[in-house]
Design a protein around this ligand. Structure first.
Ligand code: EPU
Length: 338
């Protein structure tokens, strides 16, 4: 395994930030993972795993070892009349895996089409879109602990999945590399098309006939119309989480803003659409230097070319400040700031 020095991460983070890693290695086997761990120990530097680099904001050069997960492979490990259990290695591209499932007619992940990133990264923040979260079809994962040099299998409960979070973003942050994820997919797909936009889009595809392939295509069309492609415009998807407030707080807000967008949660609280709050503060489409707020979706911050991580972070702080001043609501970052 080759360790590169002062390696540019520009093409490896979807914000397109021009930062370097002091050391950089690509791991494609457990043996290489072990070597990378030993190298970081020997140099006494921190180690960070990078998947697709689609949920990270670098404030500057990374002074330690960046490990790129390149473990590849997809295999069916078990099957019943209704389900298929598919094990995917952490270095696979998430959307290639979704496309593979859809190609086989297996249901479960089609609503998560086109989300950038690698398979090893998706459980960390329990990716979600259009009414489906990763945890809904998750079975188990394998993770290698850097410090103790051991592999552990995590069941769904042990992952402590939450809205855009898991144990790997909290208690075990930075402790592991996720080597594989096993999904339980449906051979008799049950579709989730409650999002109005999906139903509308499906009408344009094959006269609304529902299939995993048609739902995937509908999702792809919706995402392309709203979210910028990182290949054209640097971004990391939603920059903030949708905040959750009590019914009392929602009622207060509703008296002044009857049109506020909210969704009831199982615990009786309400999730607010952060994009709406930011939009209402007048940020949509605003540009500060080369950092900006996307013109079609105010929840997405973008890099027009030469923005630095700190410039994007300053813009984020301004947005958080104005949302708090106007609505009394705290916006929490979804993106991992390094
Ligand atoms: N809205 C506005 N103005 C905006 C943006 C949104 O008024 O500039 C309103 C919309 O009209 C809509 C509501 O806010 O009524 C919600 O917007 P949208 O459906 O686009 O979804 P979101 O809540 O902003 C979440 C996820 C996305 C995911 C979509 C679809 C989070 C933080 N984001 O966005 O995930 O694709 O729902 O399910 O939960 C990501 O995590 O990176 C991501 C893109």
């Amino acid at each position: 395994m080759k360790i590169m020095e002062n390696y540019s991460l520009k093409s490896l983070n979807t914000f397109g930030l021009k930062v370097d890693a002091k050391y950089f290695a690509v791991v494609a086997s457990l043996d290489e993972i072990k070597q990378a761990g030993k190298f970081a120990d020997k140099k006494a530097v921190s180690l960070m795993v990078l998947g697709g680099g689609s949920n990270v904001l670098f404030r500057g050069d990374f002074p330690g070892l960046i490990v790129r997960n390149n473990l590849k492979g997809i295999s069916v490990i078990d099957e019943t009349d209704d389900f298929v259990f598919v094990k995917v290695m952490g270095g696979e591209v998430w959307d290639d895996f979704v496309s593979f499932c859809v190609g086989n007619g297996w249901g479960g992940v089609e609503n998560l089409s086109l989300i950038p990133g690698s398979v090893g990264a998706v459980p960390i923040q329990n990716i979600g879109a259009y009414g489906v979260e990763l945890k809904d079809n998750f079975f188990e994962l394998e993770a290698w602990f850097w410090k103790t040099s051991e592999m552990k299998i995590f069941s769904k409960n042990e992952c402590e999945f939450e809205y855009r979070s898991s144990i790997f973003k909290k208690k075990l942050k930075g402790d592991v590399i996720i080597t594989s994820v096993t999904f339980r997919l449906n051979k008799k797909p049950k579709f989730k098309t409650d999002y109005g936009a999906i139903k509308n889009e499906l009408k344009n595809i094959n006269n609304g006939k529902i299939s995993v392939n048609n739902v995937r295509n509908a999702i792809i069309n919706i995402r392309r119309s709203k979210l910028p492609d990182p290949a054209d415009l640097g971004n990391a998807g939603s920059f903030f989480k949708n905040p959750v407030v009590s019914l009392v707080k929602l009622s207060e807000l509703k008296t002044e803003y009857p049109e506020i967008v909210s969704y009831q949660q199982v615990d009786g609280n309400y999730k607010l659409a952060a994009g709406w709050l930011i939009d209402k503060c007048g940020w949509k489409g605003k540009r500060v230097g080369d950092s900006g707020v996307h013109t079609e979706q105010a929840l997405v911050l973008v890099n027009y070319g030469n923005a630095t991580g700190n410039e994007i972070l300053n813009l984020a702080k301004e947005i958080q400040k104005s949302v708090f001043e106007k609505f009394g609501v705290i916006l929490e970052k979804e993106v991992n700031v390094v």
